[in-house]
Write a protein that binds this ligand. Structure first.
Ligand code: NAD
Length: 499
């Protein structure tokens, strides 16, 4: 359900392609956020008490409701972000898969298990279980307004928490609709509430002592503010931030496949993808052929709001200035625009831009552009490609195209990022079992997979003494007992290990 507030001010979510108002939503202030958190606290107790099986059933039914409303959700995403309907459908399908995985695996990953106590504590029964945190605050971005927050929401709910979700001010309707669908399936308690508003609504959520964890997805700049707010109450935080991901093309790569994937990675969703390809490093021998294929395909792409458009407008108007600045900086520093140029920025759209020979100190290479622009660089070999890919403060994901499995695997391991996809773009994002998250300014903590479930739970360790054995932690312990233990330890751990 969405939170109703009396006399609250409202704000409008706009269609970025047409400028039309999609809907008005309330601006939830500190008091409204506190109310939502208080309701969530009650809901959390009830939800936790339901247990794994009952929660799983309800979550699978939420998945069913979302699936039956897939087109409605996709149309709303299309209206609020401007992205093509099919992309919005694809995004919703990915969100559905994650919800399914989280629902089916939470009990397995987080449920009670016995742990071997080790020789010294052989008289103890050891139980490990992962308990819910309570109330999780999810703060989301607009670029994938259902897929991205679902990476936190599904896993937090499956772990037994209630969630208060603050969707981006550019896509509030998506959050409200999701909360409505959840309320339809789980009418008893508001296990998912949407609070709408601008930055201050998110700030109220992060600063509240009533929230047990914040799952933030957005820019690194805002993440730092959120982290500072969380510090006040020592509220833990998982931060999923931006990136400047690289695609590496090896000399023996399938260049058609590489150009196709790199172009999609760079330009789909108008380049507004945290794990989007922003830089391409191509090994010398393959450079000319690859660039030819890439530019040929890039010239065919047309932005628009119609069904045939390759991608939509820039959702956040202020980003247009950033994109323009990066293109100009690249060219000003000696780069060449081989497709498009500064004139490609035709508000609210940006036509494809392919830049080459851009120096490493250009903002087009160093900062997140978040537009349908790409820099292509010639490198000596795979080692130099990895070295260049690893430069900079971000480290979210990356792509490698290579004909050699061992070279690609080795380069993938050396890539400074949370995820790397070989011979495909961002395949990891649709594999619910794999963790998702970055290093450096791309954030910390993980969503998705078993790690994503554990992110929203706290491990609880319980030991129960089954019989009395040597009492070493007592003032009554004897010399004899201690000598026996020392002998045992020597026998078990004192030997020399051979290869
Ligand atoms: P943003 O940082 O501007 O906003 C994100 C959210 O934070 C919004 O809901 C916003 O209202 C809220 N917010 C703003 N100020 C706040 C404050 N002081 N306290 C608390 N909340 C506040 O980001 P954006 O423009 O919505 O999203 C784009 C960014 O998100 C890009 O950098 C992109 O790479 C990143 N992103 C990362 C991932 C990932 O999984 N790593 C996924 C999608 C997007």
């Amino acid at each position: 359900m969405s939170v109703a507030t009396e006399n609250a001010e409202t704000f409008a979510s706009l269609n970025p392609a047409t400028g039309e108002v999609v809907a008005e939503h309330p601006v939830h202030d500190d008091a409204a956020v506190a109310d939502a958190l208080a309701r969530a606290r009650e809901a959390a107790g009830w939800w936790r008490a339901l247990g794994w099986k009952e929660r799983r059933l309800r979550l699978l039914n939420i998945k069913g409701a979302l699936t039956r409303n897939l087109n409605r959700m996709a149309e709303l995403i299309h209206q609020e972000t401007g992205k093509p309907v099919q992309d919005a459908q694809l995004e919703t399908i990915m969100a559905i898969s994650h919800l399914d995985w989280a629902a089916r695996n939470a009990g397995k990953v987080l449920g009670r298990r016995n742990v071997y106590p080790g020789l010294m504590a052989i008289n103890q029964r050891c139980v490990l279980e992962y308990q819910p945190l309570g109330v999780v605050g999810v703060i989301g971005p607009w670029n994938y307004p259902i897929f991205t927050p679902m990476g936190s929401i599904a896993y937090a709910l499956a772990a037994g928490n209630a969630v208060v979700f603050k969707p981006s001010e550019f896509t509030p309707g998506v959050g409200v609709l999701l909360a409505e669908l959840v309320a339809g399936v789980v009418p008893e308690h508001p296990v998912l509430q949407a609070v709408t508003g601008l930055g201050p609504t998110g700030a109220a959520l992060a600063a509240s002592p009533l929230v047990d964890k914040i799952a933030f997805t957005g820019s690194a700049r805002t993440a730092k503010r959120v982290m500072a707010a969380c510090a006040e109450n020592l509220t833990p935080l998982v931060a999923e931030c931006g990136g400047k991901d690289a695609c590496i093309v090896d000399s023996d790569a399938d260049l058609d496949a590489a150009a196709d994937a790199a172009l999609w990675g760079a330009m789909s969703n108008a380049g507004q993808t945290c794990i989007g390809v922003e830089r391409i490093y191509v090994v010398d021998e393959a450079y000319d052929a690859f660039l030819g294929k890439l530019t040929e395909k890039a010239r065919d792409l047309r932005p628009g709001f119609d069904r045939e458009a390759a991608y939509g407008p820039i959702t956040m108007p202020s980003q247009l200035d950033v994109i323009e600045r990066h293109i100009k900086d690249a060219i000003g520093k000696g780069g060449k625009a081989v497709v498009g140029g500064p004139e490609s920025v035709r508000r609210p759209y940006v036509e494809p831009v392919v830049l080459t020979d851009v120096p490493d100190d250009s903002s087009a290479v160093r900062e997140e552009t978040f537009g349908p622009t790409i820099t292509v660089h010639r490198v000596r070999d795979l080692d130099e490609a990895v070295e260049k890919a690893n430069e900079g403060t971000y480290g979210l994901a990356g792509t490698i195209f290579s004909g050699s499995r061992s070279r690609a695997m080795d380069a993938a391991r050396r890539m400074r990022s949370g995820m790397t996809s070989i011979n495909a773009f961002a395949a990891f994002a649709q594999v619910a079992a794999l963790p998702f998250g970055g290093v450096g300014e791309s954030g910390f903590g993980r969503i998705h997979g078993a790690d994503g479930l554990r992110e929203f739970a706290r491990p609880k360790a319980i030991t129960r003494q089954r019989f009395a054995s040597m009492n070493l932690t007592s003032f009554d312990r004897t010399e004899k007992e201690m000598a026996r233990v020392l002998g045992l330890i020597n026998m078990v751990h004192g030997r020399r290990y051979k290869r």
